[in-house]
Design a protein around this ligand. Structure first.
Ligand code: MIG
Length: 754
């Protein structure tokens, strides 16, 4: 390890340049972050990003010791050896590795055939293989973010590898999952900062795991590209990170309803039966999902003629009932003569190649399979265009699976060496798979998104993806992959989704009921109640699992599941209003309690309860057979949503919840817009019923528009004080009501002034 150091500096072209005998650095000020880019080869001074979309740069002043820019905290720098300090964070040094350090066993294992070009070892890192930043640790600091992760809310004390992985069998201690978000939020005594290592290589964050005194950020690539994001609180870091990497577009209203999926619905008849069951049980449904069985021989952009005949008619029939269809699209393209997708792709040389220029051929669902190289714009454009096939048939959304990418085998590679993906040395144009791997899913989702924009401009695109990288929220929602029908996985989904939300991914969900293994009715029911507060609410299960649709277990289960799902539809005005806020600010819908109460130390320790927006505190039942649980209520007054009882925080209470409810608390000062519990095509809600905290002053907002397409929307405001309510929005042609619940549990209407 060589310490990185610099001898000269200059401020030029809106950047502070540091130079030394071996390395250079470019330091830039963005409206929400300092960027520190360290490199060796001149061409890397212009290193681009797949994640960062903010191109604004602010003027920098440097006095030899600290860099300043308007609106940013000072960045204290020492040039040789290089170190810096920022907002309570201090780096003790940046070190460059020699080639051998990372080209050792691991690289060899990934590349036994020597697919990486021998003349460009380690993808062109002239000195060696990567950088390692050392950060001084502080005992009181906690860490959040890191995207999709197992474990509890606070991420300190573990080592995290950023490497998109098809982790079918993950459990509590599994490291890398399907997504990579090399972004972490440090927080101590209510003060927070963010670190984003904008490197797509297999990076590693050791957060006080090896030693409590130090954390390290490691990248094996030729550059070290770090963003330092100021707080002061986690909320500001999260929204700044969303400003940096992009905000999620406003989804169509239907996407916020209930979704039903299962791997193994073999034909259209089975799907019709599922829909008929929803109708018979009066369970609202917004979308039905088709897994890989709809295809002909697992060939993407086909429908099996016998099992899914006349898909256009079928989707229209479902749409009549208000149900959208979403289809799965995997990246693996079947290599088959005469199959137009393969033939076209081959003609354009669209597929990932070996260093010798042959297609990398392997196996995923289709066999043999090849993989489009989404890192090239012309390939993304081609792939986007293919989506016309689905859109013309009335498909409303695209589900991108297996896009880590997952590979069951690759010709010429041993399975163990492969690591269930493409060989690291495979070529994406000038780049290696080692560099592109982590953004493969992001770029595939971008193509799916752009295809919908292009060929269905009057609707809002909808993409769900399994793999992703920082910035994925610009194109897709995320689900957390193959969980299990275990209570532990129900519980773990909460911190997983909370940390995804803090990492910019406001729209995410876990498979309700669990994907693999057999679910008990009680598990599915409790999970459905929890899912009422997932931004993405989908029941999904694996091929060999027991059926777990909300009606599958008979009474009393289906009745309670109906209530839970109907409750989601009742809350849709609130959910939609939060979704619109997310599209403007990046603020997550599901928020850790400390997000709303940054000064409250207890709040930082709670992983199994959360805020849904600013007004509702949700404390799901996470164990079988339980009807009670402890709930922490922070400072202020809280009303039990179901009984009307009022509590004074900060306090711990024991909540009681039978199968007909989830512990839920309305926060003082807030009003929550609700409506009737049924799917609606437009997001102008009728009736619009505000549920208001029964005492003092309260306020609430509702965002309304056409529910899809480009139509301009409107935010209206409700203000309640001393038993009088005022609403700023239009009431014409619809019912607008304001309600409180008394402490005895009676609904009482508050008069709305004209
Ligand atoms: O190898 O398409 O995570 O949701 O049902 C398994 C079949 C492939 C994995 C996904 C899962 C999906 C399944 N897929």
């Amino acid at each position: 390890m060589h310490p990185v150091g610099f001898s000269h500096w200059k401020v030029e072209d809106q950047a502070l340049w540091l130079t030394g005998p071996t390395f250079s650095a470019r330091i830039e000020a963005l409206p929400h972050a300092w960027r520190v880019l360290v490199f060796q080869r001149p061409q890397d001074a212009k290193k681009g990003s797949w994640a960062v979309v903010d191109e604004r740069r602010l003027p920098i002043v440097f006095d030899g010791q600290s860099a300043s820019a308007e609106g940013l905290p000072l960045l204290a720098l020492s040039l040789s050896p290089f170190s810096f300090a920022f907002e309570g964070l201090s780096a003790s040094g940046l070190f460059a590795h020699t080639l051998a350090t990372w080209r050792g066993d691991e690289a060899a294992a990934f590349d036994p055939l020597g697919l990486a070009r021998p003349e460009a070892p380690a993808d062109g890192h002239p000195l060696g293989g990567g950088f390692e930043l050392h950060l001084k640790e502080s005992p009181g600091r906690r860490y959040f973010g890191l995207g999709e992760r197992t474990g509890f809310l606070d991420k300190k004390g573990r080592r995290y590898t950023h490497w998109n992985t098809d982790q079918f069998d993950h459990q509590e201690t599994t490291d890398a999952l399907y997504q990579s978000h090399p972004f972490v939020i440090g927080s101590e005594s209510g003060k927070a900062f963010g670190l984003f290592l904008d490197e797509t290589w297999k990076t590693v964050f050791d957060l006080a795991a090896t030693t409590p005194e130090e954390s390290t950020l490691f990248t094996p690539g030729p550059t070290f590209d770090l963003y330092l994001i100021p707080g002061p609180t986690v909320r500001e870091v999260t929204t700044a990170f969303a400003a940096l990497t992009g905000k999620p577009p406003l989804p169509p209203l239907w996407a916020l309803g209930f979704h039903q999926c299962r791997w193994g619905y073999p034909d259209a008849e089975t799907v019709r039966e599922v829909v008929a069951n929803f109708e018979a049980h009066e369970i609202p449904l917004s979308a039905i999902w088709l897994d890989i069985d709809y295809m002909d021989g697992y060939k993407v952009f086909t429908f099996h003629e016998g099992r899914f005949p006349e898909p256009e008619k079928f989707f229209a029939e479902l749409k009549e009932k208000g149900i959208r269809t979403v289809v799965i699209v995997d990246p693996g393209v079947k290599k088959e003569a005469g199959y137009s997708v393969y033939e076209e792709g081959r003609r354009m040389r669209s597929f990932v190649e070996t260093p010798r220029g042959d297609e990398v051929v392997g196996e995923v669902w289709p066999k043999p399979a090849v993989w489009p190289d989404f890192s090239r714009k012309e390939v993304r454009d081609w792939w986007a265009g293919l989506h016309r096939f689905y859109l013309e048939k009335g498909v409303a959304g695209i589900w991108n699976d297996m896009n880590e990418p997952s590979a069951f085998s690759v010709e010429g590679m041993e399975e163990k060496a492969l690591g269930k993906t493409l060989p690291l040395g495979a070529r994406h144009g000038e780049k290696s798979h080692a560099e592109v791997h982590n953004v493969y899913g992001l770029l595939m989702s971008q193509a799916a998104y752009e295809g919908q924009k292009r060929y269905d401009p009057n609707r809002r695109p909808f993409v769900l993806t399994r793999a992703g990288f920082a910035g994925i929220q610009r194109y897709a929602w995320v689900w957390t992959g193959d969980n299990k029908s275990h209570w532990g996985h129900l519980e773990m989904s909460i911190p997983m989704l909370l940390n995804l939300g803090l990492s910019g991914v406001a729209f995410a969900g876990a498979d309700i009921g669990g994907f693999s293994e057999d679910a008990s009715p009680e598990l599915v029911l409790r999970w459905t109640w929890l899912g009422t507060f997932y931004p993405f609410m989908r029941n999904h299960s694996g091929k060999t699992s027991r059926r777990q649709e909300p009606y599958a277990f008979g009474e009393p289960w289906s009745g309670h599941m109906r209530e839970a799902i109907r409750f989601r539809y009742q809350l849709l005005p609130y959910v939609y209003t939060l979704a619109e806020e997310a599209s403007r600010t990046g603020a997550p819908l599901m928020r850790p309690i400390f997000y709303e109460f940054p000064e409250d130390e207890t709040a930082y320790t709670i992983h199994d309860a959360f805020f849904f927006g600013p007004a509702l505190l949700v404390a799901p039942i996470i164990r079988p057979g339980k009807t009670h649980r402890a709930v922490y209520l922070p400072e202020g007054r809280w009303q039990d949503w179901w009984t009307g009882e009022i509590f004074e925080g900060p306090t711990w209470i024991v909540a009681e919840a039978g199968l007909d409810r989830i512990p839920l608390y309305l926060r003082e000062g807030h009003a929550v817009p609700t409506t009737d519990p049924r799917p609606s095509e437009t997001a102008v809600f009728d009736p619009l019923i505000f549920r208001v905290f029964p005492e003092g002053q309260s306020e609430g907002e509702v965002y309304e528009d056409s529910g899809d397409g480009e139509a301009a929307g409107q935010r209206s405001r409700l203000e309640v004080e001393g038993g009088r309510a005022r609403f700023s929005g239009s009431r014409e042609g619809r019912t607008v009501r304001v309600e409180i619940m008394t402490t005895k549990g009676e609904h009482v209407e508050v008069t709305l002034e004209d």
